[in-house]
Design a protein around this ligand. Structure first.
Ligand SMILES: NC(=O)c1ccc[n+]([C@@H]2O[C@H](COP(=O)([O-])OP(=O)(O)OC[C@H]3O[C@@H](n4cnc5c(N)ncnc54)[C@H](OP(=O)(O)O)[C@@H]3O)[C@@H](O)[C@H]2O)c1
Length: 256
């Protein structure tokens, strides 16, 4: 369904009568959103309001995915759930709006913030993910330039899904951070991908100053998983382990 449609959401939630609604839908064209902030707000904020109201109506729990981009990246260390938010652009503002709507209309939503997600679903979408982009560029002869002054915590989607399921089973509510186990710059991440894939393309670091984008992005948006771990959930593995798992799964899926 189109979650921006109040009627479609009401009808779907009423007919399924779910115990849990997981919302991973998003308008996530971060740069395009600078020119069309209303479109981003419609999907990332107002549609979450639709879901929250429908969940309230039938007593379902809302599990909503949010982003490290709610932070400005100035802390210089992994962000905890207690840190103040300060979004830097239209996408980020709309995602924070979604969090606020979920919290405004529901007593106990679960909001899972994550960062730099990569998963096998990207093999079926035009958008892909960072690993697919790097593998594609490696097939070209041009030097690949990747920013070294932005740090995130890339997160393997199947593990994000598993931890989310664990959080739901434990009845955890509120905001929980679930990022990958390694804060890393995009340049170092690209190096790691090529190393794990056994590729040696020409790769050079670049900076935000050299590679301007319409939307400002947080410079250091890695997430601290301290709350997740204090709740007794299994820690997220280091990034090399997650990238290896992804590449193995990718090989199996492409062979099939
Ligand atoms: N990817 C990341 O690095 C990252 C990082 C931090 C947080 N997140 C969050 O994680 C969640 C999932 O992101 P993702 O990267 O997995 O996104 P994705 O692969 O692009 O999936 C988003 C989905 O939302 C759907 N969608 C868009 N507008 C919709 C609407 N009006 N009604 C119903 N569905 C709609 C899209 O459907 P169509 O394909 O049909 O348009 C798409 O299937 C989002 O909340 C995002 O903010 C992602």
């Amino acid at each position: 369904m189109d979650i921006t449609s109040v009627a479609a959401v009401e009808q779907a939630v009423a007919s399924f009568d779910p115990q849990i609604v997981l919302n991973a839908a998003a308008y996530n064209q971060v740069d395009v959103a600078e020119n069309e902030p209303a479109a981003a707000f419609q999907v990332n904020a107002l549609a979450v309001r639709n879901l929250a109201l429908a969940c309230r109506q039938c007593g379902a729990q809302l599990v909503h995915f949010s982003t490290d981009y709610v932070f400005d990246g100035m802390a210089g260390r992994p962000y905890t759930e207690a840190d103040a938010t300060h979004p830097l652009g239209a996408y980020a503002v709309s995602k924070l709006g979604g969090e606020l709507y979920a919290q405004a209309y529901l007593a106990n939503p679960l909001i899972v913030r994550t960062s730099g997600v990569f998963g096998p679903g990207a093999l079926q979408t035009a958008r892909g993910n960072f690993i697919e982009l790097m593998l594609r560029l490696a097939g070209d002869t041009k030097t690949i330039r990747v920013t070294e002054d932005h740090v995130a915590s890339p997160t393997y989607a199947p593990l994000l899904a598993a931890r989310t399921a664990d959080l739901v089973e434990k009845g955890v509510t509120g905001v929980v951070h679930c990022g990958g186990g390694t804060p890393i710059s995009w340049y170092e991440y690209a190096k790691l991908i090529f190393q794990e894939a056994g590729l040696t393309p020409a790769l050079k670091p670049t900076t935000e100053r050299e590679y301007r984008t319409p939307a400002r992005r947080p410079k250091f948006s890695a997430l601290s998983n301290s709350r997740l771990e204090s709740l007794g959930l299994e820690p997220m593995p280091p990034l090399p382990v997650a990238v290896r798992s992804y590449l193995q799964m990718r090989k199996r899926l492409l062979a099939a």
